[in-house]
Design a protein around this ligand. Structure first.
Ligand code: ARG
Length: 462
C-alpha cells in the first residue's frame, strides 16, 4: 500500500517489515481518543486560519462521522495500516477525499500519540479509581457485618495479639485510600496537553495550543517540545501506581488463601467463587485469590517492560516507544479485572466464629496484657516482659494456656498480681484496652468505619 511518507522512497516497504512494524492491532483501543484529538486539532486549524474554515469544516464532519462509526465498533482496519493515526487518516481521505490530507498540518504522529495516550489514561485513571472505591465499599460492608469478631493478629505469621477482624480488614481500606491518592497525583501529570510539539521542534504554524487544551479539557499544555515527544513518565507513573495497588490486592488474597486453609480455618469462601478439583472430590480451591495473586506478576512485568523500554533511550521520540502500549493496556485491563474480582472475593468471605473463639482460647496472644498489667503497677516493662516469658514457659511445660492459670499460680511469679489479673486474659479485654488512636478497640474501629463511609460518600459527591 502507498504510504503517506513514501515521497523520498524508491522502493515499497517489504511486506514482512510492514507487518512487523505495524501496531494497529494494539492501537485500536486508542481509536476514539485519536479521533477526538483530531477533532480538536482541526477546529484549531480552522480557527487560527492555518487552513481555510471551509476545509476545516469538511474535515470536521468527516471525523465526526468516523467517531460515530467508532462508537458502533464499525471501523474497518487493514493489515497495511501502520498505526491508529494512519488508519484514521486513511478512513478520512476515503470518506471526504484528498482534502483530508490537510488534517496533519502542524502535527506529527509523535505529539499525536502522546495526546492519545494521555486522553486514554485520563479515562482509565477515573475508572480504576471508581473500582477501588467499589472494593472499599465492600470492605466497609464486610467489616461492619463482622464488627466485633476477634481474630489472632499475626506478626511473623505467629499469634501476636488479638485484634478485631473489622480492624484488620480496614487496614486494606487504608492501603486502597493511598492507592487512590497516588492515582490522583499521577492524574495531574497525565492531564497536560502535548499537541503542538510537532515531531520534536514545535511548529512554524501559528497554532493555538491553549485552545486545543481547552477543547479537550486539559488545564495546561506541555512546556518543552523535545520533552513532550520523548516523555513516557506519565505511563510509568500509572503502571507504578498499579503495581503498588496490585501488591495490596495480592496481600489480601494471600491472607484469604491462608485463612481459608484447613489448618487456619478462620474464614470460609462462598461456593460461588471457588472451584473444585477434577480429581479430588473433597477440594474447594480459592482460585480467585490465587489468580489475582498471579496476575500481580503481569503488572510488575509491565512495569519492568516500561522501565527497560525507556532506560537510556536517547532523546527524543524513538520507535521503541511504540512498545509502551501492550504493557500499558495489559496493566490497565489486569488491574480493572482484579479489582472487580477482589470485590467479589471479599463480599463472599464468611467468618468461622466458633473456630476463631477456640483458637484464641488456646494461644498466648494475651501475654502482652499481663506484662502491661505489671508495668502499670510499677515494674519496668523489660522486667515484666521477662517475667511473663517465664509464665508462658511454665504453661508450655505444664501443657496449659494462660486462661487455665489460677490466681495463686500467678502469685508465685510476682506479688504485684491481684485477683483481677484473671480479667485481663481474654481477647475481649485485650482488644478493649487498645484505645490508643488507631488501635483496635471497638470504639475506635466504629469511628474509623464512620469516617471511611463519610469520606467515600464525599468522593462520590464530587
Ligand atoms: N505508532 C507510533 C507509536 O506508537 C506513533 C508515532 C510514530 N512516529 C513515527 N515517526 N513513526 O509510538
Amino acid at each position: 500500500m502507498k504510504k503517506p511518507w513514501d515521497g523520498r522512497f524508491k522502493k515499497a516497504l517489504d511486506p514482512f517489515i510492514e507487518e512487523f512494524s505495524s501496531s494497529i492491532d494494539v492501537d485500536v483501543k486508542l481509536a476514539r481518543y485519536d479521533i477526538q484529538g483530531s477533532i480538536a486539532h482541526i477546529k484549531m486549524l480552522g480557527r487560527a486560519n492555518i487552513i481555510s474554515k471551509n476545509d476545516a469544516q469538511k474535515i470536521l464532519h468527516g471525523l465526526e462521522e468516523i467517531l460515530q462509526e467508532a462508537s458502533k465498533g464499525k471501523l474497518k482496519y487493514t493489515s497495511a495500516d501502520e498505526d491508529i493515526h494512519m488508519a484514521i487518516e486513511r478512513m478520512l481521505v476515503e470518506k471526504i477525499g484528498k482534502i483530508g490530507n490537510k488534517l496533519h498540518t502542524a502535527r506529527s504522529r509523535n505529539d499525536q500519540i502522546a495526546l492519545d495516550e494521555r486522553l486514554y489514561l485520563r479515562d482509565e485513571i477515573s475508572e480504576v479509581s471508581e473500582l477501588i472505591k467499589g472494593l472499599q465499599r465492600v470492605i466497609i460492608n464486610i467489616a461492619q457485618k463482622n464488627i466485633d469478631v476477634f481474630i489472632p493478629g499475626l506478626t511473623h505469621m505467629q499469634h501476636a495479639q488479638p485484634v478485631l477482624f473489622s480492624h484488620y480488614l480496614m487496614a486494606y481500606f487504608n492501603m486502597l485510600d493511598r492507592d487512590k491518592g497516588r492515582l490522583k497525583d499521577c492524574f495531574k501529570r497525565v492531564n497536560i496537553m502535548p499537541l503542538g510539539a510537532g515531531a520534536i521542534a514545535g511548529t512554524s504554524f501559528p497554532v493555538e495550543r491553549e485552545y486545543v487544551a481547552k477543547l479537550l479539557g486539559f488545564p495546561a499544555i506541555t512546556k518543552n517540545s523535545i520533552d513532550t515527544v520523548s516523555d513516557r513518565d506519565f505511563i510509568l507513573e500509572f503502571v507504578s501506581c498499579s503495581a503498588i495497588l496490585m501488591m495490596h490486592l495480592s496481600r489480601l488474597c494471600e491472607d484469604i488463601i491462608i485463612y481459608s486453609s484447613e489448618e487456619f480455618g478462620y474464614v470460609e469462601l462462598d461456593d460461588s467463587i471457588c472451584t473444585g478439583s477434577s480429581m479430588m472430590p473433597q477440594k474447594k480451591n480459592p482460585d480467585v485469590a490465587e489468580l489475582i495473586r498471579g496476575k500481580t506478576a503481569r503488572v510488575y512485568g509491565s512495569l519492568m517492560t516500561l522501565f527497560t523500554l525507556m532506560k537510556s533511550l536517547p532523546l527524543s521520540y524513538n520507535r521503541d516507544m511504540q512498545e509502551d502500549k501492550p504493557a500499558l493496556f495489559d496493566a490497565v485491563e489486569t488491574v480493572k479485572m482484579c479489582l472487580k474480582a477482589e470485590a467479589k472475593l471479599v463480599a463472599n468471605i464468611k467468618l468461622n466464629k466458633k473456630r476463631l473463639e477456640n483458637i484464641l482460647d488456646k494461644d498466648f496472644s494475651c501475654a502482652t496484657e499481663i506484662a502491661d498489667y505489671l508495668a502499670k503497677k510499677g515494674m519496668p516493662f523489660r522486667d515484666a516482659h521477662k517475667l511473663v516469658g517465664r509464665i508462658v514457659r511454665y504453661c508450655i511445660d505444664n501443657e496449659k494456656y494462660l486462661r487455665d492459670l489460677t490466681y495463686s499460680e500467678f502469685k508465685t511469679f510476682s506479688n504485684l498480681f491481684s485477683e483481677d489479673i484473671l480479667d485481663f486474659i481474654s481477647p475481649n479485654s485485650s482488644v478493649k484496652s487498645k484505645s490508643s488512636p488507631g488501635g483496635t478497640c471497638l470504639k475506635n474501629v466504629k469511628a474509623q468505619i464512620e469516617k471511611a463511609k463519610n469520606s467515600l460518600s464525599k468522593e462520590f459527591a464530587q
